[in-house]
Design a protein around this ligand. Sequence first.
Ligand SMILES: [Zn+2]
Length: 365
Amino acid sequence: MSLADRELSRREVVRLALCGVSLGCLDSRLEAERGVSVTKSEHRGNRIGKKKMVTETAFVYDPIYLQHETPPGFSESPQRLLSIVKKLEKEKLLGHLLNISYSPDALEWITTVHKRGYMERVKTICQQGVGYVDSPDVPVSGKSYDAAVAAVGGVLAAVDAVMKGKVRNAFCAIRPPGHHALENRAMGFCIFNNVAVAARYIQKKYKLARVLIVDWDVHHGNGTQAAFYDDSTVFYFSVHQYPFYPGTGAASEKGTGKGLNFTLNAPLPAGCGDTEYQKVFEEKLNPAALDFNPDFILISSGFDAQINDPIGGMSVTPEGFSCLTRIVMDIARKYCSGRIVSVLEGGYNLEQLAASAAAHIYQLR
Ligand SMILES: [Zn+2]
């Protein structure tokens, strides 16, 4: 860790304290700072020994994601990714990340979650300029199919980077988002379920048995829940505003058959913020992770629970997302060598989105 980095870390801790992050999380953060120092000095040793750079975190982004065009004024826009990239450049974070693009192998893997007929239908709709897939809340342009396939490919590339030991974790700045997408249907801005496909990829390609999905988007990820509802090998945890779109995500939805108790929904009323979210993570996610003992963690990282989001009704701050990230990282460190791939879902106040994503990524690295 360079002197400049160390100073930045100290400043960040002070900033968190000033912003009123709870003492419990701050303690954890301080411990983590020490932990990260050790890890990074180990890496520095490796760097000297192998004469190569080692970074902690990969950043997935490609201009193809901007080619999924939506109508003027539509919430889910290319500007979302541009605002994140601009913020990371401004904060000088981008240079500390391993920048990677998408895997070209996504098509065959999408079939592990979606019907081939649905994939063909999306492709045809985009080519013919119909305007939307299945409902007007999934508008598409001529290149949307290619962008959606590349979005899945971006997450797969991130999984590869983690599994090959190039990085410890990754953040995927991709779009369209995915957690509402069902096997045979697009909905809620989502075309292909990026995280669900990644979970199958991790299991089938890398032979890891158990994948934990943590979904903190303000909406319930009905598509992801449906994909694994009867499956005991993928644990789906979601904290979300309720009642709210898409209407699913009651606490009583716990899975079925072999998958019973491998779905954990934590619905929260509108207006909740950092304290309520942190409490849910500590009281519900931590014990569930202990029982499940994951081999890999995927985060459905929507930032629309952020304060002043035009769609969501929660008030999580960037410091709050930083704290949630810390909790998930602690779980990952305990059970799966720190392996996390975080995948962008929602977040529609551009300024807040950029700040929350930067706080999340800062914590990951
Ligand atoms: Zn959302």
